[in-house]
Design a protein around this ligand. Structure first.
Ligand code: ARG
Length: 266
């Protein structure tokens, strides 16, 4: 069964700017963010997911982006260590949740922003760097999880986390298991992606710009931003079920569906 961790956006707002999507000078609508998040939560329940919740901390508006709270594989949680002080306290908050939930917890030595930059495809972890996660954390993840880790270099500040430019469609892996935006990566990483995933879904700039790649899939159904129309059509053509959930208010913090979802792999 797919098990995920989420955090209700009770304190959601944009009060600082640590990525180009964030505009603290523009008012946000916390009620709208909550309503959109509740829809996502309900969709996951309908899909049969086991959905767990971590308490939101007042003063930490980005805590809704649970994907950044850590990385959990085989019952082991590698804690997050945030690049920016604005989010620093989220690491221990998620760490305490993992401990209380019975996961083996490995305290991170290097900066890593959880599943924002560390994504499991088959037996391999794909790891982003360039803006947030320290490349040394890639080696640390390889040690902690005993898996191959493939580093990918992000070069476009709008796609500062791997999960904004790269989506896992089939967690089991395979040549078409992912979707990505080539232009978010440097040439060497594009080469790696072409080699490893010759049948990947390559998305358009327009679909990426609505954070279409920030989707969540259990391998059968992809929950995605409804604005990413061409991407959704491509997914349907490949036989995936598709469910559009609008989380546009959360996009104002620079995150979408995947950002709000941390997978718990026991
Ligand atoms: N405002 C947050 C930040 O910049 C957004 C995080 C989005 N999360 C993600 N997994 N991409 O850190």
């Amino acid at each position: 069964m797919t098990s995920v961790l989420m955090c209700r956006p009770e304190h959601f707002t944009v009060s600082y700017r640590i990525n180009p999507w964030m505009r603290p000078e523009q008012a946000t609508d916390t009620r709208l963010a909550l309503a959109q998040w509740e829809t996502l939560h309900a969709v996951y329940r309908d899909l049969g997911f086991d959905v767990r919740l971590v308490d939101p901390l007042p003063g930490y508006p980005d805590m809704v982006y649970a994907a950044n709270g850590g990385t959990v594989i085989d019952g082991t949680a590698l804690t997050a260590r945030f690049r920016h002080t604005e989010r620093a306290a989220e690491g221990p908050a998620y760490g305490a949740w993992f401990r209380a939930a019975g996961f083996a917890v490995h305290q991170a030595r290097h900066v890593n922003e959880g599943e924002g930059d560390l994504l499991l495809v088959g037996d391999t972890v794909y790891a982003g760097t360039g803006f947030r996660t320290d490349p040394r954390a890639h080696g640390e993840a390889a040690e902690v999880f005993g898996r191959e880790v493939v580093s990918l270099q992000l070069i476009d500040p709008r796609y500062y986390h791997l999960d904004t430019a790269f989506a896992v469609l089939d967690p089991a892996g395979g040549p078409g298991a992912v979707a990505y935006l080539p232009g978010a990566f440097d040439d060497a990483s594009q080469e790696v992606l072409r080699f490893r995933f010759p049948d990947a879904v390559v998305v358009s700039d327009d679909d990426a710009a609505v954070l279409g790649l920030n989707c969540f899939s259990d391998g059968r159904t992809v929950v995605h931003a409804p604005q990413a129309e061409k991407f959704a059509a491509d997914l349907a053509e490949r036989g995936f079920g598709t469910v559009g959930v609008d989380t546009a208010e959360l996009r104002r913090g620079g995150g979408g569906i995947k950002c709000a979802t941390l997978e718990l792999r026991s």
